[in-house]
Ligand binder design. Structure first.
Ligand SMILES: [Zn+2]
Length: 104
């Protein structure tokens, strides 16, 4: 299973390579065929924003409550890690690659 490069139209991106491209604000990864830089599109940005915002809200909530260290771990640390892992997996298997806007 490979993803299509938006520059040359060849299926050159593996799921892992696609996930490592980052979002719209990053400089992306070059295509092995044409060298054009690619990033994950708007859907990835939306999903990652929602995930991180949800994790942040959970962390803020736990911060203002007097809780035990175990609770801080389960409701503060775990959601934060989960947000990044789910975001990464989403980039691996969903969404489309787009041309990088940033130039290096
Ligand atoms: Zn290409």
């Amino acid at each position: 299973m490979k993803y299509t490069c938006p520059h040359c139209g060849n299926k050159t991106f593996t799921p892992l390579r696609k996930a490592l491209c980052g979002g719209l604000s990053s400089s992306g990864k070059p295509c092995p065929e044409c060298g054009g830089r690619c990033v994950n599109g708007k859907l990835s940005l939306l999903v990652n924003t929602v995930l991180r915002l949800t994790a942040l809200i959970m962390i803020i909530r736990i911060y203002f409550k007097h809780t035990t260290l175990t609770e801080v771990f389960w409701y503060g640390v775990v959601p934060m890690i989960a947000a990044y892992v789910i975001g990464f997996l989403f980039d691996m298997f969903f969404g489309k690659l787009t041309e990088a806007i940033k130039r290096q």
